[in-house]
Ligand binder design. Structure first.
Ligand SMILES: [Zn+2]
Length: 169
């Protein structure tokens, strides 16, 4: 499968459906919010996504708007306050849990389409160098110094692999 074109909306919609942003077939998650390292269908490397807190911010924004509408009904008095409170508390718990995987998938799809973070590597490029570039940030986070020279790529790649294994363990 060619990697040259990465259409924005299909990639986001595939992620929204909790599928691989490239092929739309492979499952995106191993567990609830745990992204698979690689698409089981097309082989796209997915471990380089950096969704971080953005899905949570988006979910809070969505749920916040739902709750504001509900709270408005308190002042209108059209609903029994106890029933309304129960509905709002349920919505505040159930809606975020239900939509977080789809929202995170959409963020991963967006990053893939825009070639952000670990999705910058094209097929045919020096994959080790690309993987290394995005993992170098991880190493800096924990204070590990990786050699930056290109001739050290092989050694650095092994270090990055070892780090990835310990992190996933
Ligand atoms: Zn795929």
């Amino acid at each position: 499968m060619t990697d040259a074109a990465r259409p924005l909306w299909p990639s986001i919609l595939n992620g929204l459906a909790c599928r691989c942003p490239r092929c739309g077939k492979g499952r995106l998650y191993r567990r609830y919010l745990r992204v698979v390292p690689q698409c089981p269908e097309c082989g796209l490397e997915l471990s380089g996504h950096r969704a971080d807190d953005l899905p949570a911010y988006i979910v809070v924004t969505i749920v916040g708007h739902i709750l504001v509408v509900g709270l408005f009904h308190f002042s209108v008095g059209a609903w029994n306050p106890a029933v309304l409170l129960a509905l709002l508390v349920a919505a505040a718990i159930i809606v975020p849990v239900a939509i977080l995987p789809s929202v995170k998938g959409a963020v991963v799809g967006l990053q893939y389409a825009l070639r952000l973070h670990g999705f910058a590597v094209e097929e045919g490029e020096d994959a080790a160098e690309g993987v290394l570039d995005r993992r170098r940030g991880d190493h800096e986070d924990i204070g590990l110094q990786l050699p930056a020279e290109r001739q050290d790529t092989r050694e650095s790649y092994k270090l990055a692999e070892a780090f990835e294994e310990t992190r996933d363990a």
